[in-house]
Design a protein around this ligand. Structure first.
Ligand SMILES: *[C@@H]1O[C@H](CO)[C@@H](O)[C@H](O)[C@H]1NC(C)=O
Ligand SMILES: *[C@@H]1O[C@H](CO)[C@@H](O)[C@H](O)[C@H]1NC(C)=O
Ligand SMILES: *[C@@H]1O[C@H](CO)[C@@H](O)[C@H](O)[C@H]1NC(C)=O
Length: 473
């Protein structure tokens, strides 16, 4: 019996270590070195290898923004603020739709901040192949970029060269003067201007950042094989909201779930497959976003659920959550959508940094996490926005925190997302904090701190979202 126990323990330790090695070790010397290296990356010299068709290079936004901050902790603070802003934005989108019959992606209320996104992809646009970075957003359905020539003060300052539609030889306007064309009035953000038959949009992003323009198309180029593809996009002419969009990105790529007749990139590329690996926050490395293909084995999968109230969001069938081998005790049915408002459930959002759970669930989750932490002193005063923080080892030795296992649909190794190390805790101001938050919503958001470095394959025909740990090269 004793022998068996030892054997079992050894296996568990090996499993934990095997997975724990995946990200950098949790020792302060190592983390400081990694961050120092990260802070010294020159964002004007990022590798942007030639990409095959339907594939784009992806970077974390911190690579571009770090020069504005005095140190990595200040950069983190900005990320926390964005996470909060994004949560409020999502809440506004979700709540504004409650009680309405037509789904829409534009929040009604305009007094809410919007965090805009964590990752950018690099695009070569038009016949001039203008290189622009666009923010990835799984929560919206339009791809748009600033479209010159700009009228005075209508465009925000952008770091990349401005795309000019009058210079691009492949640019075409899409009007709304005949049936069967690509002008789709899918929600109130889109309309036909009957005076000049311009197919127009007016997207409000909560905080009064706003973009207006008209629908057009142009080619984007993938350098491998000199292959190009025509893309319907928002030619954005007026971005004069109260808050400017961020200068390192020239627009937003809506990656919302394939809607028939939508403008989102997945629906345009006709593929049912979208795959991406979003690089870990402080690696500074680029990774890929691909359509129609995935280069990962798709070892573990969740089911993608369709929520008719929020058709472009990627909901997943979360079933049970474990911390080490202890289950967070809620009935699996607790996660189901409930009521006509389709409350509850969990969706994946590339614009949210830290996974958010409903407060009641989070409280139990946190309680078990604290019980499962061994021999690491807790910090009396945690650092906002977190409430469960631990002191780093005074000798800088590696620390091991409990692992978090998310199961989708059933308890089976093939449906498990295994989270360890930096996917569970974040190092901030000399503390390690549990990198999850509780929020005032019945819905949960699976965020990027948890999915950093995980290969994600969205398959809308098989209705699966697959997870491959440590897939970024
Ligand atoms: C937004 O950008 C414009 C043009 O660069 C600038 O004039 C304006 O002051 C900016 N607004 C804010 C709130 O930063
Ligand atoms: C921290 O991690 C690095 C990289 O694995 C290792 O070389 C170093 O010895 C560790 N430091 C301590 C004090 O354990
Ligand atoms: C786990 O999932 C695999 C693949 O779907 C299946 O073959 C296997 O029977 C499942 N195991 C259990 C215990 O349900």
């Amino acid at each position: 019996m004793e022998k068996f126990l030892h054997f079992h323990l050894l296996i568990s330790i090996l499993v934990v270590l095997g997975n724990a090695n995946s990200l950098s070790p949790l020792n302060s010397t190592y983390i400081m070195q990694t961050r120092k290296r990260f802070m010294s990356i020159d964002p004007t010299k990022l590798p942007d290898p030639p990409m095959p068709s339907y594939t784009f290079t992806v970077h974390h936004r911190d690579v571009f923004e770090k020069s504005k901050f005095k140190d990595y902790d200040s950069l983190l603070e900005n990320r926390f603020a964005r996470c909060y802003a994004r949560a409020s934005y999502l809440a506004s989108v979700l709540e504004s739709q409650d009680g309405e019959t037509t789904p829409q992606l534009v929040p009604k209320s305009t007094d809410i901040f919007y965090g805009s996104g964590e990752y950018v992809a690099s695009f070569l646009i038009g016949s001039q192949m203008t290189k622009n970075y666009l923010l990835l957003d799984t929560g919206s359905d339009l791809i748009w970029w600033q479209c010159g020539p700009c009228e005075a003060n209508k465009c925000y300052k952008q770091d990349q060269p401005l795309y000019d539609s009058t210079v691009s030889k492949t640019f075409r306007i899409i009007g709304c003067n005949h049936h069967g064309n690509k002008c789709r009035i899918v929600n109130p953000a889109y309309y036909c201007n009957l005076e000049n038959f311009q197919c127009r949009y007016d997207m409000h992003y909560g905080d009064n950042s706003q973009t207006k323009g008209f629908i057009a198309d142009d080619v984007i180029t993938f350098l491998v094989g000199h292959w190009s593809s025509r893309v319907t996009f928002g030619c954005s002419k007026d971005q004069t909201g109260e808050l400017n969009f961020t200068s390192f990105a020239s627009g937003i790529v809506g990656l919302g779930r394939d809607l028939t007749d939508g403008y989102s990139l997945p629906s345009q590329f006709g593929g049912n497959l979208m795959s991406m690996c979003l690089p870990s926050f402080d690696s500074g490395k680029g990774s890929v976003l691909s359509f129609q293909t995935s280069k990962w084995p798709r070892a573990k999968s969740a089911e993608l659920l369709f929520n008719y109230r929020y058709p472009s969001f990627y909901f997943v069938n979360i079933y049970k959550v474990f911390i080490n081998d202890r289950e967070v005790p809620v009935s699996p049915s607790w996660w189901n959508f409930n009521g006509p408002m389709m409350n509850g459930g969990m969706f994946v959002d590339t614009g949210t940094s830290y996974t958010a759970f409903p407060h009641d669930f989070y409280t139990v989750f946190r309680y078990i996490f604290r019980e499962e932490v061994n021999d690491i002193p807790m910090a009396e005063i945690p650092v906002q926005p977190f409430d469960t923080c631990y002191k780093e080892d005074p000798n800088g030795r590696d620390l091991y925190f409990p692992v978090v296992k998310l199961y989708f649909g059933s308890v089976n190794s093939s449906t498990m997302l295994f989270l360890a190390q930096q996917r569970v805790v974040v190092h901030y101001r000399g503390l390690y904090c549990l990198a999850f938050v509780g929020w005032n919503s019945e819905r949960s958001v699976l965020g990027m701190a948890q999915l950093q470095g995980v290969g994600l394959t969205f398959d809308t025909v098989a209705s699966t979202l697959s997870f491959d740990i440590d897939a970024c090269d």
